[in-house]
Ligand binder design. Structure first.
Ligand code: AMP
Ligand code: ZN
Length: 694
């Protein structure tokens, strides 16, 4: 990047950051996700470091936070409010640790770690033990007077037990639960507009900065304090721990101490940060946190370290890995899926996101591309949450340079050249023999059945050498065939054959799911499999194939439509699939290569009247057959014995019982009559779900 380009880029970034900051601090809105706002600031900082001649005093890198809202009275802070530096990884934390130690000329130092509550920073002044003022951080010098709304904070005392003067700061927030409640019940703001808040932080900030405190009171604001300003305590506060103890004495709220830790080695700090980086760890909290705040524990050391122009040198915010970032869209490829659906895939400048490097993301379909207005060359926001496939959310239009290019959607299948129907939301290659569809089906099958060692690369190589055509061919592979594949040495061959052998016993639902019948997902597959379990005498593929060869599509469709949980479209798709020649051939092939069907095991419930007991059955019953009773007992976790012995616990006794009843009475067994088991029926029937995944 040359100087002129850098200057242009710096200006674009500043403009975007100013807009995002204004929305965030002043309007309690989000124009871009917070992690993207962070990344924009970092990018600006990086350019300004490289080209310091372009730094201006009004650059967002030189100022704390917010433009002030004109509606609320302004108050000058007694002491300048600083921001925290940001760290995003272990390396940056280690550098922080080294800086601190170098400055203090020590070998070892204690750090306190607090959860970084994602709310709004507020400073309180208590005068003679009474809450006199509450002020937002504002630009660090001057904040807004929000005393009227902060007084509604539910956990904040308005008067203290002691007659002291005190300046403290903390974070105002709204619990996740309260946020959900408000979100589901939208309210109008003072300008009579329906308010919508993206997250609990926005809502907290919006509520604090209302003119009317009643609205704030309804939102159940809470506050956690963590920072001490001026005070006239009689005792000395030496550390963060001391401070929290002092808060306890005064009944001032702070975050639970179970989440507050003091460590004497940065490695432990890093571990702590990593633990909380796992979104699962944060689920159990009833408020949002966006990082960990690390502070030098000792207050004297803090004083010696002091501040930079903007931030405290003794503290650092560790920010959790972003799930949203921006990066450049380099190109778009069009991928054909197993059902023929064409998915536009974004090829990205690789970027670290939520713990991995992302270089590809889905753009979903043509409509989405048009709706988002994405162009090749754009800076785009991408998201990756948990295990989901990364996706492109939107372009940062303000960062466009003019060199971006339209994305042209193909009119033909990129693999087989079939003409695509572009009127549908999802364009589809309808050619059943499309090599791409074929390949994807094989990938899908191997992946769904979790056949180890049978990844896309291996399958692709097998296709190239004509070793496989349908999924049944996987089980025909011979060691010598595999030896011709690149990278297949003895061990790999042995492992793959063993993995295939291990998957020779399959449930029907597993097969249906793996074959990826259109519209039939794993849940539907289970329902259809259950249908066949009821209509076949035994789990033999041979029997299933006979069934297929004689099926009447009309009656089958009729049956399917009546299945619980199956819609008409799904029933049609499945009937069609089972009726066509190629499916019947495929199942015949599966039979020929030795695939065996198994029925899924039933889940055995472990807290029914049957659990852990041994039963003998005698007599005849009104509502049940013997087989049904046996099933109920075993599903309920009981055992059936054929004859009475000292081993048995209970005799289930119907009408016209014979000698067994007498014997049971002699041995002192429990005797249950029919009404006992019919009363218990409902609990057992709930447990009919099969144990196998599908
Ligand atoms: P930032 O807004 O990214 O500069 O992060 C700094 C902000 O984190 C502070 O201004 C506080 O509002 C907030 N924060 C949340 N929890 C804490 C905490 N335990 N200690 C210090 N700051 C905190
Ligand atoms: Zn095609």
């Amino acid at each position: 990047m040359d100087k002129a380009q850098a200057q242009k880029q710096i200006e674009l970034l500043r403009e975007k950051i100013r807009e995002a900051n204004y929305a965030y601090f002043t309007e309690n809105r989000e124009v871009v996700p917070e992690s993207v706002r962070d990344q924009l600031k970092q990018e600006l900082l990086r350019l300004e470091t490289k080209f310091p001649e372009f730094i201006t005093p009004d650059s967002p890198t030189q100022r704390v936070g917010a433009a002030l809202d004109s509606r609320l009275p302004k108050i000058t802070h007694k002491n300048r409010k600083y921001s925290l530096g940001d760290s995003f990884n272990a390396e940056e934390l280690t550098e922080f640790d080294e800086r601190v130690k170098r400055f203090l000329k020590v070998e070892e130092i204690e750090y306190s770690c607090e959860l970084k509550v994602d709310g709004l920073n507020i400073t309180l002044w208590y005068e003679n033990g009474v809450l006199a003022k509450a002020i937002t951080r504002g630009d660090g010098f001057m904040g807004e007077d929000v005393t009227h709304t902060i007084r509604t904070c539910e956990n904040l005392p308005i008067t203290l037990f002691e007659n002291i003067n005190l300046e403290v700061s903390g974070e105002v927030f709204i619990t996740k639960q309260d946020f959900e409640n408000v979100k589901n019940r939208p309210t109008k703001n003072e300008a009579n507009e329906v308010e919508s808040y993206k997250n609990a932080r926005n809502l907290a900030a919006g509520s604090v900065r209302q003119l009317d405190p009643r609205m704030a009171a309804e939102r159940h604001l809470k506050i956690f304090l963590y920072e001490l300003g001026e005070h006239n305590f009689s005792n000395e506060i030496k550390s963060q721990k001391d401070l929290f103890n002092q808060f306890d004495t005064l009944h001032l709220p702070h975050q639970p101490l179970e989440n507050f830790k003091v460590f004497s080695d940065i490695q432990f700090v890093i571990k702590f940060c990593e633990q909380w980086s796992d979104p699962k760890a944060r689920e159990k909290l009833d408020y949002d946190i966006d990082g960990i705040v690390i502070k030098v524990h000792d207050f004297n050391d803090r004083k010696r370290l002091g501040y930079t122009a903007k931030t405290a040198k003794f503290a650092m915010a560790f920010k959790f890995p972003a799930e949203e970032k921006f990066t450049q869209l380099l190109d778009v490829q069009f991928q054909v899926g197993r059902t023929g659906a064409i998915t536009p895939v974004a090829i990205l400048e690789p970027v670290d996101l939520a713990g991995s490097t992302v270089a590809r993301a889905t753009l979903h379909n043509r409509e989405e591309i048009e709706r988002k207005g994405v162009r090749i060359g754009d800076q785009v926001i991408i998201r990756k949450a948990g295990d989901i496939i990364p996706e492109v959310l939107e372009p940062l239009l303000d960062l466009r340079t003019g060199d971006e290019k339209e994305i042209v959607f193909p009119t033909r299948c990129p693999e087989c050249g079939s003409i695509l129907d572009l009127n549908e939301t999802v364009a589809r290659c309808e050619n059943l023999d499309c090599p791409a569809r074929h390949r994807q089906s094989l990938f899908y099958f191997a992946n769904t059945l979790d056949i180890e060692g049978l990844g896309p690369k291996s399958i692709e190589a097998m296709l190239k050498l004509n070793l496989v055509h349908t999924v049944a061919d996987f089980w025909k592979l011979k060691p010598l065939d595999l030896a011709t594949l690149p990278g297949f040495k003895r061990k790999k061959i042995k492992n793959l054959l063993a993995a295939l052998e291990a998957k020779k016993e399959l449930t029907l639902a597993e097969i249906f799911t793996g074959l990826g019948v259109r519209l039939v997902g794993s849940e539907n597959a289970k329902i259809f499999a259950r249908y066949f379990k009821e209509h076949l005498h035994s789990p033999l593929l041979k029997e299933f194939n006979t069934y297929l060869s004689t099926l009447n599509p009309k009656t089958l469709l009729e049956d399917f439509i009546h299945l619980d949980g199956v819609g008409e479209k799904v029933a049609q798709a499945m009937t069609h699939y089972l009726s066509i020649n190629s499916t019947q051939k495929l199942f015949k092939n599966l039979e020929n290569v030795g695939i065996e069907l198994v029925w899924p095991e039933e889940i055995i419930a472990n807290d029914t009247i049957y659990t852990g007991k041994k039963f003998v059955i005698t007599g005849s019953f009104e509502a049940f057959s013997r087989d049904e009773i046996k099933q109920m007992v075993t599903r309920g976790g009981g055992k059936i014995l054929s004859a009475i012995s000292g081993n048995a616990d209970v005799l289930i006794c119907g009408a016209k019982a014979g000698s067994k009843l007498k014997k049971a009475q002699d041995l002192g067994l429990e005797i249950w009559e029919e009404d006992k088991i019919s009363n218990a029926l409902s609990t057992v029937q709930d447990n009919k779900e099969p144990r196998r995944l599908f």
